[in-house]
Design a protein around this ligand. Structure first.
Ligand code: ADP
Ligand code: MG
Length: 374
């Protein structure tokens, strides 16, 4: 869905351009920027190539790759591979493209890694809360039923494709954009060297294959106002994603009294309880791949700041920046690999020295999920 604040946000992340390289071979100095509506958001594509024509052509090719990904991954329209899987009769299997096959496996692996805080099979819960519509509070019975239908054990990978063992619904919202960015990276690897940034509304691909490439400078927004950048991150190639409720939220009346005010419901649910995740601020994740950054930003927002810092400590190649709000301040905690890469650009921010979490945040905290069966 295109919203006006997307435009403001685009301005906020424009800062990275200051870090563009200038001369070293191969000389990349022809910059083209394009905004397109893709994957339900305003996509910002920036290519710096050797010539203007090459850069222009690259933005068109990028659009094609993203449209193709959307044709397989979107559950917002009928007839895509994922939509067919979601509508398949219980007990039947659906064959999907090799790429989508691998992406589903990786999304389920992310569910396992986050002990079910990320779960791509939570479509029934999304429907129960009407998160694609105006929002509503489900009855206890509806919530129980949606929880029962959530879980990767209802989806089984079989020789001929994916077997739907229950009326489980796959929701690509937490991994689809990241998956598309990985498809894009593979596409870019086949072409000439180019510096490329693609921002799909908070999920970014950062790609510059040159060994002497300068780091990317990426803005992180105030969790309550995505048009206001509060941090600048200096990042290497890879992917960075931010999850917060400023991206999207719906309202629902929570009480039987029609005069009571509507409650804001975030678009991030905890699949272990079926309820909206605690809204502490925002979760930014850097990872080598788009799918990991995307699903971990979502899953670690749900799991919470302590669990996020712990996971980053345990997993090489995963770095996090957590913003927690109090009444008037924003407190920022970063994983070890992010130290020295964060610049504060707002008076509201306090950068906390990272302390080890007091307890093991992941262990014993969830129902877990089975992951793909092979
Ligand atoms: P964006 O809308 O920018 O992609 P996220 O990457 O944070 O934001 O993904 C949020 C979307 O992921 C939600 O709109 C919903 O479709 C889906 N989702 C919500 N909670 C979860 C969860 N716990 N696990 C997996 N997907 C989720
Ligand atoms: Mg996402």
């Amino acid at each position: 869905m295109l919203v006006l604040s997307d435009i403001a946000r685009l301005a906020a992340v424009g800062i990275f351009l200051t870090a563009m390289p200038t001369a070293d071979p191969p000389a990349l100095d022809a910059e083209v920027e394009r905004h397109s509506i893709l994957m339900g958001t305003v996509a910002r594509l920036v290519v710096v190539g050797e010539s203007r024509e090459q850069s222009l052509q690259a933005t068109r090719d990028i659009e094609d790759v993203l449209r193709e990904a959307e044709d397989e991954l979107s559950t917002w329209r009928k007839g895509t591979d994922l939509d067919r899987l979601n509508r398949a009769p219980v007990g039947s299997s659906v064959t999907v493209s090799p790429e989508l096959d691998a992406e589903l496996s990786r999304a389920l692996a992310c569910a396992e890694l986050t002990r079910g805080a990320f779960d791509p099979t939570l479509g029934a819960l999304i429907q129960a809360w009407d998160l694609r519509g105006d929002g509503r509070r489900p009855s206890p019975g509806e919530l129980d039923e949606a929880l029962r239908l959530t879980g990767s054990h209802w989806l089984e990978r079989v020789e001929a494709g994916w077997l739907r063992r229950q009326n489980v619904i796959v929701d690509e919202g937490g991994f689809g954009k990241g998956a598309a960015l990985d498809r894009l990276r593979r596409h870019l690897a086949d072409g000439p060297p180019r510096r490329v940034l693609v921002d799909l509304g908070g999920q970014m691909l950062l790609s510059d294959p040159r060994p002497d490439a300068v780091p990317w400078s990426i803005a992180v927004a105030d969790p309550d106002d995505r048009s206001t950048p509060v941090l600048l991150l200096s990042l290497p190639d890879g992917s960075v994603a931010t999850s917060s409720n400023s991206e999207r939220s719906v309202s629902a009346t929570i009480s039987a009294d029609p005069k009571s005010p509507a409650e804001k419901i975030g678009h991030l649910l905890d699949p272990r309880t079926g309820r909206p995740a605690r809204d502490f601020g925002s979760m930014t994740v850097w990872a080598p791949t788009g799918l990991e950054a995307d699903c971990l930003a979502t899953g670690l927002f749900v799991a919470g700041p302590e669990a996020a810092l712990e996971l980053a400590r345990e997993r090489d190649g995963i770095e996090v920046v957590v913003i927690e709000r109090t009444a008037d301040r924003l407190h920022v905690s970063v994983s070890d690999g992010m130290r020295g890469r964060v610049e504060v650009i707002s008076d509201r921010v306090s950068l906390l020295s990272q302390e080890p979490p007091k307890k093991s945040a992941f262990r014993g905290s969830s129902t877990g999920s089975a992951g793909p069966r092979r």
